[in-house]
Design a protein around this ligand. Structure first.
Ligand SMILES: [Zn+2]
Length: 353
């Protein structure tokens, strides 16, 4: 049992694996259960009592009010394939939510259905929101009455975020959360990702990995719980939302941090994000991208949609910029057809090397 901050500093790190093995069975009577597949591929069981769930919803409502909406407002959820069946229909109805999957051959049809639904806000994955925004812009449509877009679960670069704002003609907020805690940080109007849950203590661990402690949780013990994402904290003068502490850098999974060169040396994969950000603002183009480490020194680039200048131009630009910024000569090979079946949380996927 931890009762002081000093005690917390000495507490061991709780990995997801340890949590599943030992701590994930509820210690107290829990009414609410959430089973998640988990972005890292490890399924996790989260148990909550009524108070714990209430606190999470309270934090969510606090963030939503900041965007001029409320929990329970009409939601367009831009997600994976919608569930079918009566149980799901009732659930969506009670939540005042419709799920859309605007991608691939369903794109036009789903965007049409979304416009008909007239959501107050959109909530979903960056990649699908971008695909949806591109279709909305291409077809010169709009979603009447839309107040904001909340992006969750995937890394998004500033030029992509700005594009979402233009295409949907509303504010865009990034949410950082986890199924174990719900919202951890939420973006204010000035672009800071403020910590918003007063019951959570967020630390940056020895490998800059996020460690989260929930001081209010009784049903399950979550102390220095390792989320697996890499982040840096900073503090800001901005008081518009939550805490003065903000997440200044958020870089996705710990395992996807480093690109390996042909000389078996490493550079930080965030370089790819910075270079594409620069490319997109130089050329006024917006697309999604993933770099996959193929062999040391070689990276497979996938873009969707195909960049205006062609994907080869992007590949040469990246090779050139990596050489200039890091001194490493790398090879970027391209995939004409992106592999849609691979769901990725970040824009870089490390190899087995
Ligand atoms: Zn702020």
């Amino acid at each position: 049992m931890i009762s002081t901050l000093q005690g917390l500093e000495k507490a061991p790190i709780l990995t997801k694996k340890d949590f599943i093995q030992s701590g994930s069975t509820p210690r107290q009577k829990a009414r609410f259960h959430r089973h998640t597949a988990g972005s890292s591929g490890t399924p996790t069981d989260v148990w909550l009592n009524r108070n714990e769930l209430g606190r999470m919803l309270g934090v969510r409502d606090y963030c939503y009010r900041h965007c001029g909406i409320r929990v329970g407002d009409r939601e367009g959820r831009i997600w994976g394939r919608p569930e079918r069946g009566l149980k799901s229909i009732i659930k969506q109805f009670l939540l005042n939510r419709q799920v859309f999957h605007p991608s691939g051959r369903f794109l036009k049809e789903e965007v049409e259905r979304l416009i008909q639904w007239r959501p107050t806000y959109l909530y979903g994955y960056a990649s699908l929101l971008l695909e949806c925004a591109q279709e909305v812009e291409r077809s010169e449509r709009s979603i009447p009455g839309l107040k904001c877009v909340i992006v969750t679960a995937e890394t998004i670069i500033p030029s992509q975020k700005a594009f979402l704002g233009r295409a949907f003609n509303c504010s865009v907020h990034e949410e950082y959360g986890a199924s174990e805690f719900d919202i951890i940080a939420f973006e204010c109007g000035d672009g800071h990702r403020h910590l918003v849950n007063p019951w959570l203590i967020i630390e940056s661990g020895p490998e800059a990995q996020a460690l989260v402690t929930d001081v209010s949780r009784k049903t399950q013990s979550l102390i220095r719980y390792e989320l697996g994402d890499v982040l840096q904290m900073n503090s800001t003068e901005c008081h518009s939302l939550g805490d003065h502490q903000v997440i200044s850098v958020l870089e996705g999974r710990l395992s996807n941090q480093f690109a390996v060169t042909a000389q078996s040396e490493k550079f930080h994969a965030v370089e790819f994000g910075h270079i594409i950000e620069r490319y997109q603002s130089d050329f006024g183009d917006v697309f999604q991208f993933t770099f996959i480490q193929d062999v040391p020194g070689r990276f497979r680039l996938e873009c969707s949609p195909i960049p205006e200048q062609g994907i080869e131009v992007v590949a040469r630009y990246v090779e050139d910029m990596i050489l200039r910024k890091t001194g490493y000569s790398i090879q970027v090979i391209t995939n004409k057809e992106p592999n849609r079946s691979e769901k990725k949380k970040t824009y870089f996927v490390a190899g087995d090397t």
